[in-house]
Design a protein around this ligand. Structure first.
Ligand SMILES: C[S@@+](CC[C@H](N)C(=O)[O-])C[C@H]1O[C@@H](n2cnc3c(N)ncnc32)[C@H](O)[C@@H]1O
Length: 350
């Protein structure tokens, strides 16, 4: 029994570890500056954000006028401790609505308590979500799939922080493949670090305490996921290498009719077929230049392999432009031939 309880506690600690990474204002500013045009007259909801401390809330409240926001809502989750011997009432979650005239940081009389804990999946939080146009936050990583699924279900625009591994979740990859979500601007080291609570171990060479006394860790493994358009998403990846003449650098897969490309910058400009590229390709992906075909698996649904060895996770892509050129050439040829046969027929009927 005691062992079971310890396991549960450990699991909970493990889960809450990455759930307690608080986003720094500098990282929010450096991402959000690329999306300013999206926010005019919009209702923004930060649904995993205690408005008394969240830097997401601070960013939007401080830039409320500049962005032309209509309303900002920020809600705080309060985990409910289930303790049979504790007769004291546990604190409920709460939210704060900001319309540009209130105090940037709410005091106790400004906040509205939920009946429940303020879980983003609760009816009360969903009612606020329905009012919102854009959701912006760093949600609990342990609930990332569920979190994104809810945004899609309610057809919301969003800009959220997740772990780079999230790309490998089949639900998230599917959204990226279908162009329903894409990577934001900053990734990995582009997100400088997160504020962690007192009890949290400061690990890694870049761990530090900032001027305000915040404890910061830099996991360097995060990304921004969004469905808000950016100009970067329409920039082509500059291709300089060629496949023809350098075939040995691009071995074919054992279990898929495609070639392996080790680095995004080595994608050959002259290859029309399928190519397996590293997942970091997604950071540079322009859907007008390439199409995403499949993730990681060959025809046999096993990991893509070369001579029996599997390189790191690969994403299968195809150069859209080269294929469009080929398709249009085929159509011209077909039309020409069709024209010829029509002419032949008309000659025959004369
Ligand atoms: C990674 S932290 C980020 C906090 C804040 N969004 C930020 O970026 O600074 C995730 C937050 O989600 C909250 N949280 C955990 N489970 C939640 C749930 N089910 N619903 C809403 N919030 C939750 C945690 O309390 C924590 O504050």
């Amino acid at each position: 029994m005691a062992r079971k309880a310890t396991n549960k506690l450990l699991q909970k600690a493990k889960k809450s570890k990455s759930d307690e990474f608080y986003t720094q204002l500098c990282d929010i500013e450096s991402e959000l500056r690329h999306y300013k045009s999206h926010f005019k007259d919009k209702v923004v909801y930060c649904n995993c954000d205690d408005p008394t401390i969240s830097n997401f809330f601070k960013y939007f409240a401080s830039n409320f006028k500049e962005l032309g926001l209509k309303k900002l809502i920020s809600s705080c989750y309060r985990e409910q401790e289930i303790d049979l011997f504790n007769t004291e009432e546990t604190e409920s979650g709460f939210f704060y609505e900001y319309t540009g005239i209130e105090n940037v940081r709410p005091n106790s009389t400004d906040i509205i308590h939920f009946k429940g804990d303020g879980d983003f999946r609760s009816t009360e939080s969903i009612e606020l979500l329905k009012q919102a146009d854009i959701v912006v936050t760093n949600p609990p990583f342990s609930l990332f799939r569920e979190y994104v699924a809810q945004l899609i279900k309610y057809d919301k625009q969003f800009l959220i922080i997740g772990n780079i591994n999230a790309i490998t979740y089949k639900e998230i990859f599917k959204l990226i493949k279908e162009n329903k979500a894409w990577l934001g601007i900053n990734l990995g080291r582009g997100v400088s670090g997160f504020i962690v609570p007192e009890h949290y171990e400061l690990y890694g060479t870049e761990a530090r305490i900032d001027d305000l006394g915040n404890r910061i860790v830099s996991p360097n493994n995060c990304l921004w996921l969004t469905n808000l358009d950016t100009s970067k998403r329409h920039e082509d990846i500059e291709l300089t290498k060629t496949y023809y003449g350098n075939e040995s650098e691009y071995p074919k897969y054992d279990n898929y009719d495609g070639i392996n490309v080790n680095k995004t910058q080595n994608i050959p400009l002259d290859y029309k077929g399928y190519m397996g590229v590293p997942i970091t390709f997604l950071h540079k992906f322009n859907p007008e230049q390439f199409e995403i075909i499949k993730f990681r698996k060959g025809n046999d649904e096993k990991d893509l392999s070369i001579n029996g060895k599997c390189p790191y996770f690969r994403i299968l892509i195809r150069n859209k432009r080269l294929n469009e050129i080929e398709n249009s050439q085929q159509v011209t040829l077909y039309n020409r031939n069709a024209g010829k046969s029509a002419n032949t027929k008309s000659i025959e009927y004369q």
